[in-house]
Design a protein around this ligand. Sequence first.
Ligand SMILES: Cc1ncc(COP(=O)(O)O)c(C=O)c1O
Length: 484
Amino acid sequence: MDRGSKAPIHRQIYTQIRNMILTGDLPGGTRLPSTRTLGMELGVSRITMVNAFQILTSEGFLRSRAGDGTYVGNEWLNEAVTAPEVRRPELSSRAGLSASTRGSDLQRQTSPSWNPEDPESFVASQVGIDLFPTSVWKRLIGRHSEEQSIEMLGYPEALGHRPLREAVADYLRDSRGIDAAVEQIVITSGAQQAINALMLMMTDPGDEVWMEEPGHIAASAAMLANGCRVLPVPIDECGADLAQMPNELPAGRLMFLTPSRQHPLGVQMSLARRMDWVAWANEQGSWLIEDDCDSELRYRGSRLPSLYELDRGQHVVHVGSFSKIMFPSIRVGYVVLPEDLVDSFATAISVTGRAPATLMQAATADFIREGHLNTHVRRSRKTYAQRQEALLRELRNQLGSFIRAEAVDAGMHVIGWLPSTVDDQRLAAQLADKGVYTYALGDYLLERSLPPALLIGFAATDAGHMPDAVNYMVRALRHDGYSC
Ligand SMILES: Cc1ncc(COP(=O)(O)O)c(C=O)c1O
């Protein structure tokens, strides 16, 4: 027994007897000493032993026979059932044993992870949490957390909380020029669940789907996880270029696009290209998934009409999220769908984990309705523009011979182009080891078709701290032998 352990003594005794039974050291039918005798031998009270025996009896390890003491149950064989090592294999080998083709594909995907104890440094999708109006949020959450109603505490509505759907409809009309009925809007657990549910609903395993190259990793992961073949569509300064796809290629079930701000390169898709893609989808009977990510965080130039507005044949599904304009852990997003798809999409949502907590949805609805979202977006836009400027200045001053980066018109990261001999994935891993988090452009490519680069986020770093943050990166690079 370990008297310094946090585990109570009776629990320690229970665990040891249980392990002896499982490993065959105490075979079925063995008579155990009385609790009084065992207690004296072990130097613990009788009541401690009784507690341990009671748990073992309730779990079927021990049997007590009236007037005849306590025995190990007969069903426990006279040999080891399974050694603990065998029952707890390493996660990786267990996954290897049971993985399907899709599971194996997922194992090959790297999942971005960082230690929340470390500063976010340059994580591309990290928002400036210092800007979020937490006192407003606390008030809105407090308002709804006291409601003891089925609406608030039961399962969330399949299509999402009605007041939030209404608020999103108004928001899209006022700020995005999208005229969609409330009945076309479904709330999701972020864009990620929306994309997964769309894949489930629109594709069969083996289908060909088209994807921007480079493109949103989480979207291509969802495509692969749903058993689709993903074909890369090259990007130029006008966005994804349909003309570069071979004519003989079958149309593909769908195309995933980020027209507002191509993820990750940052260009806005031209109007002509938008029209090309809408015409393509209507001619081929394919779907366009329009991920409107970063449309609100535009610093220069004006926003162009969404694919959804340009589409008359109803082949576009518009996806939005509050991850970047509020905070990512909120897990609230939405889709705008042709009305006849709404019910099957809601079923796909329920299969992939249901809508977010109603409390979050209700507070988000109020956040939009009371004007806090617009105020927060305006403030974030202004501050992020300053942060971008500070990052570019420091990259130029401190790393100009190693990283080449230009200003982006929208979004939360720049692309830092590296010397052609550098392996961006290796470099990103080396930096991450020192707590400097970036993403490698190589992770976003299905084929290695672009020079090495890093996605360097600026939204989460205060402009005043930028010289030190970049200096830390310089030192980390030099430590790893890069001449910069
Ligand atoms: C292209 C793109 N779309 C959407 C999102 C938001 O995803 P979610 O709503 O699942 O957090 C991100 C987040 O980084 C993104 O990069």
